[in-house]
Design a protein around this ligand. Structure first.
Ligand code: F6P
Length: 365
């Protein structure tokens, strides 16, 4: 260990996600127990760095949090220091670059390195800090599984298992009442949750952002099922899905957020279109934040622990400016510059898409 490495900061940025506390625990315990490095929790993501809200993490703070959902540090998805919203006296909001404030606070708190747990937005900020001389190591978080460089992000498998259970549970009502039921899942512009939960639950139709759908194809499929005695259909629809001749459905815009668009509503549209075209009673459900809530499943607790350990390993070894990643079953790292501002969507020739087609799933192509 380099002699100058005595204190590190840890923060969680972006939306909450199952496994955040498991990573914080692994980072803090590994730093405290193995390397005698002091650990400081930065509150509410980069907002805490901008506002100098930082507190020491002791053993007791990170004990008994492995299974806990959310983040004990708090988080924010509106705190990009290079574009920080400030309300002026006249009530209007202007964006200021307050990165210098972050650098000042890092210096004031004597933080030798940061472990930054987040998605692509958080990694973009971290990459900028690295270019200004702050040693940072990223840990890939998001239920969307859309970070480049890693096969899997922590939180994703929990979201898939929650969505799968929901899809399994609507099966009984769909079959008993001879209905179509549409379940809209999260994922932004990547259909990983829909693809995995759809395959795991045997959904009849899976609609993904990566494969714009034809309503006619979906309706022909639903009608054909009815003709063959399957008088119900389960549709797993990603919030980012869109018809071939249409746009994504935007639920709201948050002008203060670096990523203002919040998707949502395509499930309801698909349900209305199917009911009108196929004369089958149809319902839609939006799973929403349920997919991000509660305790992480075992696989995410394990992954979070591996990632937290690896992050400290990289910090101590002086290998900063990187994101720890999982490739196959091996933990590695990629430069933050290769990750910042990018999204990993599903390649349309992905083997799981091919496998789903072969077991009879309709993608609306
Ligand atoms: O990135 C995680 C995610 O849950 C997306 O799947 C979803 O589109 C978005 O965040 C929702 O954001 P918010 O919590 O701001 O509504």
């Amino acid at each position: 260990m380099s002699k100058s490495l005595q204190r590190i900061g840890v923060l969680t940025g972006g939306g909450d996600c199952p496994g955040l506390n498991a990573v914080i625990r692994a980072v803090a315990k590994s730093a405290l127990n193995r390397h005698s490095i002091e650990v400081f929790g930065i509150e509410d993501g980069f907002l805490g760095l901008i506002q100098n809200r930082v507190h020491r993490l002791e053993q007791a703070d990170v004990s008994n949090i492995l299974t806990l959902g959310g983040t004990i540090l708090g988080t924010s998805n509106k705190a990009d220091p290079s574009r920080y919203p400030v309300r002026r006296a006249d009530g209007r909001v202007e964006f200021q670059d307050v990165t210098d404030r972050c650098l000042e606070h890092i210096e004031q708190r004597h933080l030798d390195a940061l472990v930054v747990i987040g998605g692509d937005g958080t990694m973009t900020v971290a990459s900028n800090l690295v270019s200004l001389g702050v040693p940072c190591v990223g840990v890939p978080k998001t239920i969307d599984n859309d970070l480049v460089g890693t096969d899997v992000t922590f939180g994703f498998q929990t979201a898939v298992s929650i969505a799968t259970e929901a899809l399994d549970r609507v099966h009984t009502t769909a079959a008993s009442h001879h209905r179509a039921i549409v379940v809209e899942v999260m994922g932004r512009n990547a259909g990983w949750i829909a693809l995995h939960a759809g395959v795991a639950s045997g959904a009849d139709v899976i609609l993904l952002p990566e494969i714009p759908y034809s309503l006619e194809t979906v309706c022909d499929f639903v009608r054909a099922r009815s003709r063959h005695g399957k008088r119900f259909s389960i549709l797993c629809v990603s919030e980012g899905a869109r018809p071939r001749d249409g746009e994504q459905v935007v639920a709201r815009r948050d002008p203060l957020s670096p990523e203002p668009v919040r998707l949502g509503g395509i499930g309801q549209k698909v349900a209305e279109d199917i009911e009108a075209a196929c004369s089958i009673e149809t319902r839609s459900i939006v799973l929403g934040h349920v997919q991000r809530g509660g305790t992480p499943i075992a696989a995410d607790r394990v992954l979070a622990t591996e990632f937290g350990y690896a992050a400290i390993d990289r910090v101590v070894g002086g290998e900063t400016g990187c994101l720890v990643v999982m490739k196959g079953r091996t933990v590695g790292q990629v430069p933050l510059t290769e990750v910042a501002g990018k999204q990993r969507t599903i390649p349309i020739d992905h083997p799981l898409v091919a496998a789903a087609r072969d077991v009879g799933t309709c993608f609306g192509e």
